[in-house]
Design a protein around this ligand. Structure first.
Ligand code: WTA
Length: 658
């Protein structure tokens, strides 16, 4: 029930409306009053040891209990340790323990393929069997505890099965999003020293066939350490198979025994590596460990999505990103939920694909990204109106700031003004959601991720480290760890320290800007480093630049983001060419194709701006501030340009704006 009745979407930019959950929602909610939430929150920050011990008892089955709950140092010798000495297994928690209850025959995973007719449901019992078999396949090809397994699979059930099978035997999975190129895949395999790859013969995307195995083969050509590659037959079509190295999934599974004891893992043993972009050219392998991550994802899932056993939960994220790890697989399955997994995209074959799926499976909780909401908004209300969405009771968003207009559209057209919206802020590094409403008790404001989850102490600070005032923009930092926080950058401890703990000593630095309003609500304002957020996907400007300069005709490149209606942020690339090369539209196309090949389609520049020079200071530093303004069209407010080595460069850039 909205405090104010929703009016037209146009007049909502004032961002001062407040929406309360309905009485009906609150009555049944896990946390149903502000007072109850505040008490729990107070305990979580004042007595973290007790709080996280309770969460660990309530949410996870342990083979052995801990000697200490929380130990850390955020200042000198950066380290984070939860549940020291405890033993558990993530796959046991996601599967085996449910088999002892009525949930053994409950749907664990419902998979909807891109073609309407392709769908499969796995009960907990069935999923347990597939995971155990695949764990035996991995063992058979020599994968041992601690080994890295790279997973390059589209959104098919075998992806969830693979990561749970790795967790079962203590192998560390490293999932590479299926949209990445051979080069990106190769770099991630090499960085993690993986010796095993799991992939598919082909993938499907918006009706097109992706040559996944060919991409994998190209990557493997430069990864001699990879001795085994298991290939899922997604389409009944041949592909190249290398004798001795490549194995068909279905053939290996047919021979695999059904039982596989879960490995007893230490709470701080690594569970997975997931590469994400930072402000340098090389993506970093964010490493998460087992105990804290499982406690955090399971408890945050239950509270934030107010999960009930009869619900169908659908997180639309790809398992290639952290959202899919934490809220398609680990959180929901550990909580004994029914998790829906979708292979396709929102607008194929028609713009109502999401709504068709909600109607078909009677989805109760939908968790998706603002970029998709904005695209569906453009396609018009008629698409959701044509489907029965009455099963929905809770909505969520993640990945980027949601503009109030898109929030309202989601609220009115999808939630029918009765579903609370949880706008959840978090990062690959954080393991799970950190700032979010609890849907039964925190009133929402369109565009704000609201308040911290249990155990979290976020703070907005100024450049000098002092706390920012009410509504004053600053840097978002976090005062102490929580169990889901990353434990390191794989193979690069120094980078872990310098990226997150050096700028503001004593804090974890998020890289995001934020302000806190008079009610203590956080408003996220985007990245403050050279990281772009394109359709909810993180990309470093340096990555795109290094792909561009790898092209034989490019002398120099500078990449910035610009506001984009659908993607949130688009990619604007300034390119100078080598002597004697002329600008042309063909060359623009060639460069876009080149970046797609180097990184993948998500990194395709939206605009390429050829210029003879880039604005540089006398010491040779590119002035990105100016490039960002020109890209955004703010050419009247370029600020001080007198420190430039050649101020006339700016005029020619302004006139050449794309
Ligand atoms: C941004 C995705 C505003 C933010 C889970 C963060 C958000 C980056 C939100 C992490 C949100 C994520 N509101 N911004 N609700 N959620 N972000 O690692 O800039 O892919 O630092 O993790 O996305 O992206 P990542």
């Amino acid at each position: 029930m909205a405090e104010e009745k929703s009016g037209s979407v146009q007049n909502l930019m004032t961002e001062n409306r407040v929406f309360y959950p309905s009485q009906e929602f609150t009555d049944k909610a896990k946390v149903s009053s502000r007072q109850q939430r505040d008490e729990l929150y107070r305990k979580s920050v004042e007595q973290p040891e007790e709080f996280w011990a309770d969460m660990a008892e309530q949410n996870i089955d342990w083979f052995k209990k801990w000697e200490a709950v929380e130990e850390y140092d955020f200042t000198d010798n950066i380290f984070i340790n939860y549940y020291r000495g405890a033993k558990l297994n993530a796959s046991y928690n996601c599967l085996d323990r449910h088999l002892k209850t009525w949930r053994r025959n409950k749907a664990a995973l419902i998979w909807q393929g891109e073609p309407y007719e392709d769908s499969r449901t796995y009960t907990y019992l069935q999923l347990h069997r597939e995971v155990s078999k695949f764990a035996n396949v991995l063992k058979n090809i020599g994968v041992k505890k601690g080994d890295r397994v790279t997973v390059y699979l589209p959104m098919i059930p075998e992806l969830a099965i693979t990561i749970l099978a790795c967790a079962r035997i203590g192998a560390i999975h490293s999932v590479v999003f299926g949209g990445f190129s051979a080069e990106s895949l190769r770099d991630r395999i090499l960085d993690s020293n993986a010796e095993t790859l799991i992939t598919t013969n082909y993938g499907l995307r918006a009706g097109k066939i992706l040559n996944s195995k060919e991409i994998a083969d190209n990557a493997l050509a430069e990864c001699p350490a990879v001795k085994n590659c298991v290939v899922v037959k997604r389409l009944d079509k041949d592909c190249n198979m290398v004798e001795g190295r490549d194995h068909w999934w279905h053939e290996a599974m047919a021979k695999a025994p059904l039982d596989c004891e879960p490995e007893q893992m230490d709470a701080e043993d690594p569970l997975f590596i997931l590469y994400t972009s930072g402000s340098t050219g090389k993506p970093k392998g964010v490493m998460h460990t087992t105990g804290g991550y499982m406690v955090y994802t399971t408890s945050s899932f239950k509270y934030i999505f107010d999960y009930r056993d009869e619900d169908i939960f659908w997180c639309t994220a790809d398992i290639g990103w952290v959202t899919g790890h934490s809220y398609v697989v680990y959180g929901p399955l550990s909580a004994g939920a029914t998790s829906l997994m979708f292979e396709g995209v929102p607008n194929y074959p028609q713009p109502d694909r999401f709504w068709e799926i909600v109607e078909k499976y009677r989805v109760n909780i939908l968790y998706t990204a603002p970029t998709g909401i904005r695209a569906m908004m453009r396609d018009g209300e008629k698409w959701p109106l044509g489907r029965d969405l009455s099963s929905l009771r809770l909505l969520g968003t993640v990945g980027e700031p949601i503009n109030p207009e898109a929030w309202m559209w989601y609220h009115i057209n999808i939630g029918k003004e009765k579903c609370p919206i949880v706008d959840t802020w978090w990062q690959t590094e954080t393991g799970g959601i950190l700032i979010t409403p609890l849907p039964g008790c925190i009133p929402t404001k369109p565009g704000s991720a609201t308040v911290p989850f249990f155990g979290l102490k976020p703070k907005v600070i100024r450049q000098d480290g002092s706390e920012a005032g009410v509504n004053e923009g600053g840097y978002l930092v976090i005062e102490k760890p929580w169990p889901g926080l990353m434990r390191g950058v794989y193979g690069d401890p120094e980078r872990f320290k310098t990226t997150y703990f050096v700028q503001y000593p004593g804090y974890y630095f998020t890289g995001d800007g934020a302000r806190k309003d008079e009610d203590g609500y956080f408003w996220l304002m985007g990245r403050v480093d050279d990281v772009l957020n394109v359709s909810g996907h993180r990309l470093g400007t340096a990555e795109v630049e290094s792909a561009l300069v790898a092209h034989a005709k490019v002398a120099e490149a500078a990449v910035v983001g610009f506001p984009h209606d659908i993607k949130g942020e688009g990619i604007y690339a300034y390119v100078t060419l080598k002597e004697g090369i002329d600008f042309s539209d063909e060359l623009k196309k060639e460069l876009v194709a080149h970046v797609r090949k180097e990184i993948g389609p998500i990194a395709s520049p939206d605009k390429i701006h050829f210029s003879n020079a880039l604005p540089k200071t006398r010491s040779g530093k590119i002035m990105r501030r100016i490039l960002r303004k020109i890209a955004a069209g703010d050419v009247d407010q370029l600020g001080d340009t007198t420190t430039l080595a050649d101020p006339s460069v700016v005029d020619s850039l302004v006139s050449g704006r794309q």
